[in-house]
Design a protein around this ligand. Sequence first.
Ligand SMILES: Cc1cc2nc3c(=O)[nH]c(=O)nc-3n(C[C@H](O)[C@H](O)[C@H](O)COP(=O)(O)OP(=O)(O)OC[C@H]3O[C@@H](n4cnc5c(N)ncnc54)[C@H](O)[C@@H]3O)c2cc1C
Length: 428
Amino acid sequence: MPMWSFQTDPEFQAKLDWMAEFVRTKVEPLDYRFPGHGAVYDVANAESRAAIRPLQDEVRAQGLWACHLGPHLGGPGYGQVKLGLMNEILGRSYWAPTVFGTAAPDTGNAEILAMFGTDQQKARFLQPLMDGDIVSCFSMTEPQAGADPKEFVCKATRDGDEWVIEGEKWFSSNARFAAFLIVMAVTDPDAAPHERMSMFIVPTDTPGIEFVRHVKVMGDDHAGDGGIHAYLRYNRVRVPLDAMLGGSGEGFKVAQARLGGGRVHHAMRTVGKCQRALDMMLERAVSRRTQGKLLADHQFVQGMIADSAIELAQFRLLVLHTAWTIDEIEAGRLPHGASRTGIAMCKVQMAKVYHDIVQRAIQLHGSLGVTLELPLAEWWGGVMSLALADGPTEVHNVQVAKALLRNAVPAKGLFPSEHIPTRMEHAA
Ligand SMILES: Cc1cc2nc3c(=O)[nH]c(=O)nc-3n(C[C@H](O)[C@H](O)[C@H](O)COP(=O)(O)OP(=O)(O)OC[C@H]3O[C@@H](n4cnc5c(N)ncnc54)[C@H](O)[C@@H]3O)c2cc1C
């Protein structure tokens, strides 16, 4: 058996083939029937829900529902490499993750409910989430602080047999559609920085939750209040003691458990989105003529296509290798934390590769590329979000560098260990 294998077993390849055809013919049309960033999360929209239910049943019948969760967490558990291959297909369509029960942030929220939830919490919140009946929100970032949770001030104080949550949260995506929010709040301000906070499950209809406004991002419609990223104020919101998810002071630990997986899943879907942009470039190159020949016959265009394909191939290998390390950790063959650097690399690279490929795809489509008649302009609007959501690029870059520097050894002498005269001296 070769040490490195890039083959997919035929049985799973058949599932991937089924998925690719199903997403292309039955799911992608939903992107045009029910457009808009919020549409996939709007469980109150009877028409879109009626349209997706039979599709979700087909996915379940194929054993492909909620594949992000392993068997010990209640899912079929194909592992991260196979999930990576699946997410490449799902990343091509806005609706596909919802149809397959793997839409963020519900995936990460389901993971932490499965990992840290009590039986009661699982029955009340995880089960309907897994069934696709509700959606959820992860409410962590604050208006004055995002990248550094140590700056958070939203607090929860104990009052008899209740916790009282007070403070503001920023960019709580999908809160307007969510049945519950998972809120990170300071419970012990005097504790060590990573033990100051705890996580709470807060039903969205709890008195005191105020939507200051629904924030929009690039690409959202300017009219109406259609933004899906909530600016929330928690006005002495009271929850029972058993609303805490995980132990007191374990907020960081719970957040970390969801963020790593979430980042790599985004990267997997981004591979699919980039592939779709590359497919568009290829079609355009062999369809459009200028200066008496096809775009495909111009070297600049060939360069854009080659650069895109090479960057995508490199990124895809990084993502799949990182997925493999996560599977190896699960199997006990690699130590806990062995995937951390890979995940940070994926996070950095996904924003860059997506930026470069979508930019070239727009350029090759000329004026049509910047119109709203192609999906490219909307994808371009999402480029910067990829470099910010789940932590800005810089933070992950620093993490990669620090991991490498931790094992770096200073030169023994005055000159670097690769100093040629010194090496010649020793070689003599
Ligand atoms: C589309 C989208 C969806 C989101 N959804 C959610 C959600 O559902 N729930 C939630 O809680 N949050 C969500 N967020 C918020 C996201 O997690 C934060 O935007 C992110 O953590 C960065 O925080 P910030 O925006 O406050 O930026 P800041 O912390 O203000 O950072 C601003 C900039 O400062 C620089 N910087 C910051 N830290 C460092 C550092 N250590 N070293 C060097 N430079 C640094 C970087 O250039 C960074 O971009 C979402 C964001 C986006 C864009």
